[in-house]
Design a protein around this ligand. Structure first.
Ligand code: KMH
Ligand code: ZN
Length: 309
C-alpha cells in the first residue's frame, strides 16, 4: 500500500499563551490573518483558528472577531479552515460553538472530556505584563475545570453535524478515546474520525513516546483501521512528538497555540517558521506533505465551497 502523505495542521494563536509571552504571538485580526496565510504557504494544509479581542488580545469566541480573518484567509489560501470549539478553558460550549454554527467551516475541534487544564506555572516567568487580564487568567487555570461533559459533546455534535462539519477530536488522555467510542456507538460521529492526540497539558497524559504508542494502540483496538490521527505535543514536546508521529504514519500539528518555541529556549518568530521546520523534517525523513485537497480527501471533508464565509 502506498505510504499516505502527512497532513500538517497549524494552530495559529490559541487561548493559552498571552501577549506578554512572545511578541511573535499573533493577537490582532491582522496578525492572525497574516500568520495563518504564511503558515499555509509554508505547507500547512489545515489552519486551526481561534480569535482574540482586537483591543487587548484576550481569547474571544465572538463571530465578529473571526469574520475578517476567515474572509481574508479564504481569499488568499486553499487551506482547510478548522474553527475551535474549545475557545478558552474558562468558556462554556454554548458560546464556544457560536462561530462554527455561523460560519460552517470544513472542520472544528472538539474536546473529548472535562479535565484540569492548568498552565498557572507560566505566570512565574514574567515580572511585568502587557495587559491587566493576563496574570489572573493564567493563575486562574489552577482552579478551573475545562468543561466538556458528555452532554456538551452531544450538543456540539448535534448542532454541527447537520452542517457537514468534520471534527478534530482532541484526546488528552486514553479515557477520551473510550468517550469517543461511546459517542460513535451512540451515533454521534461516523468513521473515519480524525483524532488529535494531545500530549503534555497539565491535566492530560504526559509527553512520552510510550504514551504515544499506548494511545495509538488503544485507538487501533477501538476504531480498527478506519480512523485518521495526528499528534500535538505542548511546549518542548512539540517537534519531537510530531517527528515521531510522522514516522509512525500519523499526521502532525504545530503552531504557536501549542508552543511558542522553535528550539530549546529560542522563541519562534512565526507560525510559518514552525511549519517550515516540521515540513523539512518530514521531507528529510522520506515522507511527503499533503496539500489541502489531499487532506480533504484523506479526511472526507465537505469541501471549501461549502462553508459560510
Ligand atoms: N490548545 C490545545 C492543547 C481547542 O481549540 O479545541 C487544544 C485545543 C483546544 O486546540
Ligand atoms: Zn485550539
Amino acid at each position: 500500500m502506498a505510504k499516505s502523505k502527512t497532513i500538517i495542521t497549524c494552530a495559529v494563536t490559541g487561548a493559552i499563551h498571552t501577549p506578554t509571552m512572545s511578541d511573535h504571538l499573533p493577537v490582532t485580526q491582522t496578525e492572525i490573518t497574516e500568520q495563518a496565510i504564511a503558515a499555509a504557504e509554508a505547507g500547512a494544509s489545515i489552519l486551526h483558528l481561534h480569535t482574540r479581542d482586537p483591543i487587548d488580545g484576550r481569547p474571544s469566541v465572538e463571530p465578529d472577531d473571526y469574520a475578517p480573518i476567515l474572509a481574508r484567509v479564504k481569499q488568499s489560501t486553499d487551506a482547510v479552515i478548522n474553527i475551535t470549539t474549545g475557545g478558552a478553558p474558562t468558556m462554556l460550549i454554548k458560546d464556544r460553538i457560536k462561530a462554527a454554527v455561523q460560519f460552517s467551516p470544513e472542520m472544528c475541534s472538539l474536546n473529548m472530556g472535562s479535565m484540569n487544564f492548568a498552565f498557572h506555572g507560566l505566570a512565574g516567568r514574567y515580572d511585568t505584563w502587557k495587559h491587566d487580564w493576563e496574570k489572573d487568567y493564567i493563575l486562574g487555570s489552577e482552579s478551573n475545570i475545562f468543561r466538556n461533559t458528555l452532554a456538551d459533546i452531544r450538543q456540539a455534535a448535534e448542532t454541527l453535524d447537520p452542517l457537514g462539519v468534520k471534527f478534530e477530536h482532541e484526546c488528552y488522555d486514553v479515557g477520551h478515546l473510550y468517550t469517543l467510542k461511546h459517542c460513535m456507538d451512540a451515533g454521534l460521529f461516523k468513521a473515519p474520525v480524525f483524532l488529535q492526540f494531545v500530549f503534555g497539558v497539565l491535566g492530560g497524559i504526559g509527553p512520552d513516546i510510550d504514551n504515544l504508542i499506548f494511545m495509538k494502540r488503544t485507538a487501533d483496538r477501538l476504531f480498527g483501521d478506519d480512523y485518521r490521527w495526528s499528534v500535538l505535543g505542548a511546549g518542548g514536546a512539540q517537534m519531537p512528538l510530531a517527528t515521531t508521529a510522522s514516522q509512525m504514519g500519523g499526521n502532525v500539528r504545530v503552531g504557536l497555540e501549542d508552543s511558542l518555541f522553535i528550539s530549546r529556549g529560542e522563541l519562534a518568530t512565526s507560525n510559518a517558521q514552525q511549519v517550515t521546520k516540521i515540513r523539512r523534517i518530514i521531507e528529510d525523513l522520506g515522507n511527503e506533505v499533503a496539500t489541502p485537497d489531499e487532506a480533504r480527501e484523506m479526511l472526507a471533508l465537505k469541501g471549501g465551497d461549502r462553508v459560510a464565509f
